[in-house]
Design a binder for this molecule. Structure first.
Ligand SMILES: [Zn+2]
Length: 258
C-alpha cells in the first residue's frame, strides 16, 4: 500500500512538472504574439487623426501657424500633436531600471519596476524615461508612470514632447573655431541630485566623449563632438539625464562676443 501511494505521488509530481513546463512555454508564445502586435501609428496617421482642442492646436492643424519658436514663446503647448506636426522628432528610451538578479543585480532595462505593499498583495508600477529630439538643437526628456509598461511609455513620450527645449549649438573649441554648430559654444555645468556634469566643446572629429545614456541624449540634440566629465552617482540614469539637460539649457544663456 505504501509503495503504491509512493508511485501515485511520483506520478502526481510528474503531472505537476508537465504542467510547469507548459506554463513555462506559454509566456514564450505570448512573447511571439507581442511581436506581431500592430506597429505604433506613424507620424502621418497621428496628425490626420488628431482633433485639436486648444486654440493654438486648431491654428497649427489648419496650417496658419508654422513657427514653433513663436508658439513656444507666446503659448503653453498642451497637445503633443502640435509638435509632431511642426517637427520630425525621433525618440529613444533611457535604461533607468534593472532586472532582478543576485550578486549585484541583473541587466539594465528601460523600465523601472517598483512595488507598493498592500493587504491584498504587491502592486507593481512601471516608470519609464523617454527622450525626444529633432537632431537639430531641440531636445526634451519626460517621465511616465503607470501600472503597465505601454501606457507608461506613451505618457513618457508625451511629457518629453511637451517639455521640448531649444539648445544653442556652436563651436567653442579653441583648436577648431570653424563656426559650424557641431558642438556647444562654451563650457557648461549642470546639476541634479548628487550628480554634477561638465560639458566642454570639442573640435570636429572628436565624437561624443560621454557615457552611453548621455550619448543618446546628445545625439538627439544634434551635437556631434563634446567632452564630458561627471561626478556623483551616475548610475541613477534619471538624474544623469536631468543634469545633462540642465547643462545644455545653460548654452542658451551664453552671450557671444562678436
Ligand atoms: Zn568647430
Amino acid at each position: 500500500m505504501v509503495k503504491e501511494e509512493k508511485t501515485d505521488s511520483a506520478e502526481k509530481k510528474k503531472e505537476i512538472n508537465n504542467g510547469a513546463e507548459e506554463a513555462a512555454e506559454a509566456p514564450r508564445e505570448t512573447g511571439v504574439k507581442r511581436r506581431e502586435r500592430p506597429a505604433a501609428p506613424t507620424r502621418e496617421e497621428v496628425i490626420s487623426k488628431w482633433n485639436p482642442k486648444t486654440k493654438i492646436g486648431k491654428l497649427v492643424k489648419s496650417g496658419e501657424v508654422r513657427d514653433i519658436d513663436y508658439i513656444s514663446e507666446k503659448y503653453k503647448i498642451l497637445e503633443p500633436e502640435i509638435i509632431d506636426t511642426l517637427l520630425d522628432l525621433k525618440s529613444d528610451l533611457l535604461l533607468v531600471g534593472q532586472a532582478k538578479g543576485k550578486f549585484g543585480g541583473g541587466k539594465r532595462t528601460w523600465r523601472k519596476q517598483t512595488q507598493k505593499k498592500t493587504a491584498e498583495g504587491n502592486v507593481p508600477t512601471f516608470s519609464i524615461m523617454a527622450i525626444v529630439g529633432d537632431e537639430n538643437g531641440r531636445v526634451g526628456i519626460g517621465k511616465g508612470r503607470a501600472k503597465e509598461t505601454v501606457p507608461a511609455k506613451e505618457k513618457a513620450v508625451r511629457n518629453a514632447k511637451l517639455g521640448l527645449t531649444k539648445i544653442t549649438r556652436g563651436c567653442g573649441s579653441f583648436d577648431c573655431s570653424c563656426g559650424l554648430p557641431h558642438s556647444i559654444p562654451a563650457r557648461v555645468e549642470g546639476k541634479c541630485g548628487s550628480i554634477r556634469i561638465i560639458l566642454m566643446p570639442a573640435p570636429q572629429g572628436t565624437g561624443l566623449v560621454a557615457g552611453d545614456e548621455l550619448k543618446k541624449l546628445l545625439r538627439l540634440t544634434g551635437i556631434k563632438d563634446i567632452y564630458s566629465k561627471t561626478f556623483g552617482k551616475t548610475k541613477t540614469t534619471m538624474n544623469l539625464a536631468k543634469a545633462c539637460l540642465d547643462a545644455l539649457k545653460k548654452t542658451s544663456k551664453i552671450q557671444m562676443q562678436e
